[in-house]
Design a protein around this ligand. Structure first.
Ligand code: NAP
Length: 741
């Protein structure tokens, strides 16, 4: 942190108020400069700063402070900047770096240009996002910037060494440094800081002007105090800020008054639906925002978090449980519920990061969605033609499914839209859906290589068409069928091999006819969807871990409720049964067009098998845990025809083989599968899941039959597909704890 080697020799701080004084004392405290010299128009402030060791030297003038300084910091009110720069100019050394702390950035850049003309000095504007309602040197505090952000707005041709030094100075004060463009800074701050201050000033002033003002303030509740705290900020400083950031502030004020007017109208017209929509969207945005602020949002931060599972050996599986809802169906229930007429109530919704992003995206398009609350969601459908233009790009987290399905839904809308996602989603190709949609008449722009963001031009009339899918993909099929709901005539898709049919089934569940002839599914555009109640089936891919666990652990008897039994997904049950598992299927029924059932599993002695190739696509996600079952079986199990496993979240064949090897189990890896001879001793050890949630959960199950404890690293992604996994595993009999969760 630069505690021992000073980053600068002589730092001159012009303006020793709250921010200048705090920076000076932080630099001294952390030994970030050999010498800190201050200048201020007030002699008493200067004397105070020297006496209290905020600075090393008090300069008699700005020029005296600046002479020989290698860093000059302007910390005066924004509107005083230009006058101060005129005093700085003659004394500023050729090698010196100029910076500031002002709350608006374009104004500083303009002032530097107007004072220095053609011969611009090295200059990196800055803005610490830290402060208080107090001002002046007496409020200075060396810890003011600790754990706060500092925004630097370097020019394009910035000297990298200078930028690194200035960043090191702020980091040495405990701050986190971000860089952005000047204009972007001013837009962002107008919205997040300037507008809230304006509203606080205005609200307090309005109430203070009421006749009963004293009483109003006397009875003011805590919310009022919190909300209006910032109205005690320095009026001069804020006067400067609003006048300096005029254009950006005016834009955001106009936007806000328009929205406030809408709320006024809604109240006047007793329009509860609009109020509910705006409030629930705001509440959700606030929660999302709090998550972001505490660093837990979405997958990028999940990946940064290190979660390790520690699993003690032994145990038996008992109980009566329901695993979280199916992800594919959770996504689709929101999409179809939003487009339906009437209210759709969803139970068993998977509250994972991806499905939450889908939910938020529909809120951004004007759909009122309540929840999720313990898997319950209520969607007030807007009808097939009721989506509204979102204000900005729709963020879909890490979900490739969502992006492909959304492109089908949005291509036929009247409004323009843009789809983005996290870093990993942004790297995935979307040409597979964009190309056939273009054949229907859609206008879609992608980034290089057909990758997101997808920019969709609204107002196009799509024509129904027939598509022979070159590669079997449920996502492409679903995308085109969804576009087909809005297209003229019939849209049909033929698949080269069977793929999951959740979209077709759920459309039928919402009363929209889907025709199925052989390998072709088709819809006729122009119909409507009727709201429906959906009990999302428990995800069979999540249930699979418990099916294997209860089979391999002696003395187990476990019931899994409401498990999705879509024929394209039940390979894991078929394979386990072929190996000798006891799985009883009962209470078979339909939910939202999907077959579901309850499963009871008791322990069984398994034997190795040649896995029939026809079962492979039906169990493709379940192989990691099936490999654990094979390890516990008697005799050899052979898997072939599963090369797809090598390109999942990890190379699942190699990563599983490596993990088993760590536990003392030898396997033979083949290009398209694996051979596992069961009955070898399963020892303890440490296994790297490579961030693959299914690998992590599979090894947690292996501990039931291991002779020692198993440690599994890189498990943060489990929370995305299976929230509550560790708790449910503990509750049913696995001795598991999670570290760092
Ligand atoms: P402050 O406490 O009022 O300090 C400003 C200091 O600059 C005062 O000591 C003032 O002297 C001095 N000054 C004014 N005009 C001058 C001139 N022409 N020559 C020399 N010194 C002069 O204000 P602050 O809160 O530190 O704000 C300073 C800058 O930081 C502003 O640009 C503000 O936008 C920015 N900022 C403030 C905050 C915050 O929360 N306060 C947060 C981030 C950034 P007098 O006392 O004699 O007027």
């Amino acid at each position: 942190m630069g505690e021992t080697v000073p980053v600068f020799q002589r730092v001159a701080i012009i303006g020793l108020g709250l921010i200048g004084g705090s920076l000076a004392s932080a630099i001294k405290k952390h030994n970030l400069a050999a010498m800190v010299v201050g200048a201020d128009q007030s002699q008493s402030d200067l004397a105070y700063a020297l006496k209290n060791r905020v600075i090393d030297e008090a300069a008699a003038s700005v020029a005296e402070a600046v002479k020989d300084a290698d860093l000059v910091v302007i910390a005066v009110p924004v509107r005083a900047t230009e006058a101060v720069l005129r005093q700085v100019k003659p004394a500023l050394g050729a090698q010196a770096l100029l910076t500031d702390v002002g709350s608006t950035k374009a104004s500083f850049v303009n002032a530097v240009r107007s004072v220095f003309g053609e011969r611009l000095p090295a200059c990196i504007p800055g803005h610490p996002i830290a402060g208080s309602e107090k001002s002046g040197i007496a409020a200075a505090n060396p810890e003011l910037f600790a754990r706060h952000k500092v925004i630097l707005t370097p020019p394009d041709d910035v000297d990298a060494t200078q930028l690194a030094r200035l960043s090191a100075l702020w980091e040495g004060c405990g701050a986190r440094v971000l860089t952005m463009a000047v204009e972007y800074h001013d837009e962002v701050l107008a919205a997040t800081s300037h507008l809230p201050h304006l509203i606080a000033f205005s609200l307090v002033d309005t109430l203070a002007g009421e006749d009963e003002n004293l009483d109003i303030f006397r009875y003011a509740a805590g919310g009022f105090r919190d909300f209006t705290r910032i109205a005690a900020s320095d009026p001069v400083m804020w006067h400067d800020i609003f006048l300096s950031n005029q254009q950006a502030v005016l834009r955001v004020i106009d936007h806000f008054t328009h929205d406030l007017d809408q709320l006024r109208t809604a109240i006047a017209e007793q329009d509860g639906a609009t109020l509910l929509r705006v409030f629930s969207r705001a509440k959700a945005a606030r929660e999302h925002f709090s998550k972001m602020l505490s660093g837990q949002a979405y997958v990028t931060t999940n990946k940064q978090k290190q979660v390790t599972f520690n699993v003690q050996p032994g145990g038996k599986m008992t109980g009566d449980i329901r695993v979280p809802g199916d992800k594919s169906m959770s996504h689709r229930s929101i999409m179809l519920g939003a487009l339906a007429d009437g209210i759709t109530e969803v139970n068993g919704f998977l509250e994972g990061e991806d499905s939450l992003a889908t939910l938020q995206a529909f809120r951004d398009m004007g759909v009122t969605i309540e929840g999720p609350d313990n898997g319950f969601v209520r969607i007030r459908g807007v009808g097939i033609d009721g989506l509204q233009a979102p204000r900005g790009p729709l963020y879909l987290g890490n979900s490739g499914t969502a992006m492909r399905l959304f492109s089908g839904l949005l291509a036929p809308q009247a409004f323009d839209s843009e789809l983005t996602g996290d870093a990993s989603l942004t790297g995935r190709p979307m040409g597979r859906v964009a190309d056939p949609l273009r054949s229907m008449g859609a206008i879609i722009e992608t980034a290089e290589g057909g990758r997101p963001p997808l920019k969709i031009k609204g107002g196009q009339v799509l024509e129904g068409f027939h598509y022979d899918m070159p590669i079997a993909s449920a996502q492409v099929k679903s995308c085109l069928l969804l576009a087909g709901l809005f297209a003229k005539g019939t849209t049909s898709v033929t698949e080269p091999a069977p793929t999951r049919d959740h979209t077709e089934r759920m459309l039928a569940g919402f009363g929209y006819p889907v025709k199925r002839t052989g390998a072709t599914a088709s819809v006729v555009g122009g119909g409507r969807l009727a709201a429906s109640a959906i009990d999302v089936p428990a995800d069979i891919s999540s249930a699979a871990f418990f099916l294997v666990a209860a089979t391999i652990a002696e003395g187990s008897d476990l019931t899994l409720r409401h498990v999705g039994m879509n024929p394209t997904r039940v390979g894991v049950i078929n394979i386990l049964r072929l190996m000798g598992a006891n799985i009883e299927v009962s209470n078979e029924r339909e939910a939202g067009g999907e077959p579901v059932a309850d499963l009871r599993v008791t322990s069984a002695k398994l034997h190795g098998i040649d896995i029939p190739e026809a079962e492979v696509p039906l169990a493709i996600d379940e192989f990691p845990v099936l490999f654990i079952a094979a390890t516990c079986a008697e005799g050899k199990t052979v898997l072939r025809g599963a090369e797809e496993l090598r390109v999942k979240e990890s190379d699942r064949i190699q990563v599983m083989a490596d993990g088993l090897e760590q536990l003392g189990v030898h396997t033979t890896v083949t290009p398209d599968g694996i051979e596992i001879v069961g009955g070898q001793t399963l020892g303890g050890g440490t296994v790297d899941s490579h961030g693959d949630h299914r690998i992590a959960m599979a090894f947690a199950m292996a501990a039931l039959r291991a002779e020692g404890a198993i440690t599994i690293t890189d498990c943060a992604n489990v929370a995305t597909s299976f929230p509550g996994f560790v708790e449910l595993a503990q509750q049913t009999g696995i001795h598991i704890t999670a570290e760092g969760a």
